[in-house]
Design a protein around this ligand. Sequence first.
Ligand code: BGC
Length: 518
Amino acid sequence: MPIVGVESTSAGSANIPPNKSINGVSRVTIEDVSLPEFSKDAILQMPELNLSDKEKESKIREWMKSIFLTDEDVELIRKAFLEEIERGLEKTPEQKSSLQMENTFLPELPDGTDEFGNAVTEKDGVYLALDLGGTNFRVILLRMRKGEIIAQKVDYFHVPEAVRLGSGEQLFDFLAACIEEFVVAEKVSQEILPLGFCFSFPMHHAGLNIGILASWTKSFNCSGVIGKDVVKMLNTALHKKNIHVDVIAVLNDTTGTLVAGAQKDHDCAIGLIMGTGCNACYLEKVSRIGKWEGPHYDENEVVVDIEWGAFGDNGCIEFLKTKFDKEVDKQSLLAGTFTFEKYISGKYIGEIVRHVMIDLAEEGPFFGNHASERLLQFGSFTAKHVSTIEGETLSGGTDKIREVMSEMDLIYDKDDLRALQYICAVVSLRAAQLVAICVGYLLTRMNKPTATIAVDGSLYKNHPRLKGLMDHYTAVYAPGCKFQYMLALDGSGKGAGMVAAIAKRLTEKRTKSESDPN
Ligand code: BGC
């Protein structure tokens, strides 16, 4: 069983596990890149195309035109987004929205007070948190004091492809085995610890600890889970192993990131993930949620998980789709779904560039008119390559771009280097603008005096230009709104622990007020 132990006495993420093999299985390395700072002007500047072969230049300009967003596109996307949000919040919309707009039932963020504005007086607590969404599963033991994490222990487990694409039962048995190994190693197997489960897939919530899987995304497609409560499935697997924990909250990574961010900055109102997948949640007024089910507890606002990865699955922004996007979708694990995510996220951004390159090599006089086998291979050009090339564009170098060309077995000249820089810049710009359109609309909708957007995800952390582009375009698309983006490292894990703590307090308080209504 692959295990990595990371101990930390602060809420920081400085403890990066080195590569190590335990029980013959490779330890997972988590990369954390600190990026050099570039000026705003440099970030906003598109790389000069200026090719020596002018025919090549006009050809590539023509090809890339379809990816650039016009002002009209921006307006149409914004309009579609707001209409889909409204429909998604309605009880019985005339037309089904592509936005799930899921009520998470989380009515409060950690700002030191409860949902009624009373000061929180929590006792110290130990919580377990689980984080599943990518190829690594994390189990975390958190010690909290007054809503703050004061110590944590993290183990990373690689989830093999066979498990990600196998049966649901196999998946949850695998998770239970990881948890068992962890609680035994941490000597907490005899305690019934409260657990927060960060499950980063679209879910229907019927309460804080009920999460019915709506669809798989990213690199998961386990049979027999869609339509089922993942908390129940986890509990069944844990019972088989005689492990006793109390799963009191299930949440999405955007919610975790918002909650973790709100602990640092009480103005946090949006949680955003730009990693393998892309999604956001925000604080919505309860009065606007027509489809609310279940009792109300005087909440003013709740966290709503938008699931914007699926924006456009009903065709409402079809005009955005270029021939390259169609290819990306066709070759993806779950074709025809998660349209918006496929324009933006780390799992697909390299794929978009790869498809442009293939066309240029096969049809145009680029890359020696030859698409190498490596280039034709699905997934060979990644978000990491895009970030590397964008970094070289900003720093004025070409060495690393040449390395990428060699890695891709491509024949190239100076014009090809410039072409690749240009393609990466255009594709990145579109991703940043799309996110900024949606965030900009949310800021306008919430209309708060100031709002912080807590962000996490490998693409956001490692891409040298995205943050600057998003800052700029969000201001353009939400004029007059005061906002800032804030990196909330490891929001999903920490947030899961914090949500478990909030859920525990809410449950205790609600039970008390139900048994003693006065
Ligand atoms: C999932 C979301 C998740 C996002 C980021 C998407 O594919 O549907 O639930 O928040 O990825 O991990």
